[in-house]
Design a protein around this ligand. Structure first.
Ligand SMILES: Cc1cc2nc3c(=O)[nH]c(=O)nc-3n(C[C@H](O)[C@H](O)[C@H](O)COP(=O)(O)O)c2cc1C
Length: 207
């Protein structure tokens, strides 16, 4: 289905105009807008149409605090291992916590491993797992574009991926829901400059 009045070039330009946005106006996002965005995300292509994505909308202060706390302990360990001073660590921890607490919307993207096919052959099971991860990532990309269609913007935050067990426990999620990423959304303060891309010629082999 093509969009009326939009040329293919218009659509390419629009798709290329998405930016990761990390600073938001405080304005709330209407509930029906979020529902529309999540619904569009579920139209992402996915392996076997198993739809392994799960969304956790962190609507309460308590759930944001729980997530920030679960991730903070691990982040502190990583920064200590990286050799940062106690002061540098506390600045970074406070910034990460503030980002999670202050974003108008925060949606945790999870993979439900219960719906994935499992086989005797570990390599085949691993392939199915990777397809599950790829499917959730496609939903995340589509979610960000759907948000852009609503005048919103956002960013994918990777930190929950490193502590999936702690995150599931802190939020009371089913054990089979593995955190893949956190998407922060809101109305942008400003759209950042584009980050450069390698040219297609550089990264493509035509055989
Ligand atoms: C899987 C993934 C993980 C990311 N993790 C983070 C993150 O933890 N923090 C952050 O600020 N941005 C994160 N980003 C956003 C990227 O930094 C951003 O997409 C990239 O720099 C290109 O910029 P653009 O999205 O504005 O084109 C992540 C993006 C993806 C897809």
């Amino acid at each position: 289905m093509s969009a009326p009045n939009l040329t293919p070039q218009d659509l390419h330009d629009w798709l290329r105009s998405r930016r990761s946005v990390r600073r938001f106006r405080p304005d709330p996002v209407p509930a029906e807008t979020i529902t529309r965005i999540l619904e569009t995300a579920t139209w992402a292509p996915n392996a076997h149409n198993r739809q392994p994505w799960r969304f956790v909308q962190l609507a309460s202060r308590e759930s944001r605090e729980a997530l920030a706390g679960a991730m903070g302990a691990e982040f502190q360990k990583t920064l200590t291992a990286d050799g940062l001073t106690a002061e540098e660590i506390s600045v970074q921890l406070a910034r990460s916590r503030a980002r999670i607490l202050e974003a108008p919307e925060a949606i945790l993207l999870c993979l439900d491993i219960d719906v994935l096919d499992k086989y005797e052959d570990p390599a085949r099971t691993q392939g199915e797992y990777l397809m599950g991860v790829q499917s959730v990532a496609l939903a995340g990309g589509q979610l960000l574009l759907a948000a852009q269609a609503e005048g919103l913007a956002g960013v994918w935050i990777c930190s929950p991926l490193f502590v999936p067990t702690e995150v599931s426990r802190a939020l009371g999620l089913p054990e089979s829901w593995q955190a893949q990423g956190l998407i922060l959304l809101g109305y942008p303060v400003k759209i950042p400059e584009e980050r450069p891309r390698n040219s297609v010629d550089q990264i493509t082999r035509r055989l």
